[in-house]
Design a protein around this ligand. Structure first.
Ligand code: NAP
Length: 267
């Protein structure tokens, strides 16, 4: 029997999902055993334009996929509603999910965590698989201890549905863990145009830019007396996320609970 990790990718025609299919294809110890697509039932991966020439079958129904195909890990890169359903199905069939889909609510995460715990199955939900972005968050948390005045500017392509990005919110949460709560700016500050100062999280401001041509970028700006500090990360293209996906697949096999955020599996 092969000792490769058997993987199903959901969302294989998507911008992220197609990169994940390529990652599985070129990784020696990984094997693509099926994909779950919203169309193309009964076809093979090789029949889908832009995907590698692989024989793995295409399913529209994830439950049927897990009933018919032996699999260790599900990589889900779809939408929050679909991703949640896919995770529940994975747990039901003893499959460990690695999920990059963003937009899950706190309730979704709490409920999925308790299913993972009940089933003793590892799972990873990572709103950002770019290892450099995780380091940006960690460095920002270090800096915030000394620079409590901080604004976050995140920039993404204009097809992104959620704002602010999961990464911006996560960065603000990590900063809030070490920064004393503070209302920033002038106390009599007034927005002449609603939204001009961005979203407010514990006094920190978050600004979301959406433009064609962008991928995923974030700058964390700190201001102190006579000095500023900028910590910036840029994902130039979607391959930047794949080393994080690979790390998550390798790690989830050894886990028996749900972990939210790639930073929690990085040394
Ligand atoms: P995308 O290009 O729109 O791809 C999403 C794919 O999911 C589409 O091919 C879509 O197919 C498919 N899909 C929808 N419903 C499905 C279903 N029921 N079964 C199977 N597939 C289904 O989006 P993307 O840019 O790849 O992003 C995907 C997700 O990853 C988003 O939530 C995004 O925010 C997130 N993301 C995460 C990271 C990270 O590092 N974690 C980085 C970038 C993006 P149809 O077109 O037929 O609906």
């Amino acid at each position: 029997m092969s000792n490769k990790t058997r993987i199903v990718v959901a969302g294989p025609r998507g911008r992220m999902g197609s990169e994940a299919v390529n990652l599985v294809d070129r990784t020696e110890n990984f094997e693509l055993v099926a994909v779950v697509d919203s169309r193309n039932e009964g076809k093979r991966v090789k029949d889908i334009e832009g995907l590698p020439s692989l024989e793995a079958p295409v399913y529209e129904d994830i439950d049927r996929c897990f009933r018919e195909v032996e699999c260790d890990v599900l990589i889900d890169l779809t939408t929050p509603a679909v991703g949640r359903k896919h995770m529940e199905s994975a747990f039901h069939h003893g499959v460990r999910p690695v999920v990059g889909t963003t937009g899950f609510t706190d309730d979704d995460i709490a409920e999925l965590s308790s299913v993972a715990e009940e089933k003793q199955l590892g799972a990873i939900i990572a709103p950002n698989f770019a290892i450099g972005a995780v380091l940006m968050m960690k460095f920002s948390q270090m800096a915030a201890k000394y620079f409590p005045d901080v604004e976050i500017i995140e920039q993404h392509h204009d097809q992104k549905l959620d704002a602010p990005s999961g990464t911006a919110v996560k960065t603000a949460q990590m900063i809030a863990d070490v920064r004393e709560s503070k209302q920033q700016g002038h106390e009599n500050e007034k927005e002449e145009l609603k939204g001009a100062r961005g979203a407010n999280m514990d006094g920190m401001r978050i600004h979301s830019v959406r433009l064609p041509g962008l991928v995923a970028h974030q700058e964390v700006l700190f201001g102190g007396e006579g000095q500023t500090l900028k910590i910036r990360h840029d994902s130039i293209n979607r391959t930047s996320f794949m080393p994080g996906v690979k790390l998550a697949v390798e790690t989830v096999l050894k886990m028996d609970q749900l972990v939210y955020g790639l930073e929690n599996i990085m040394e």
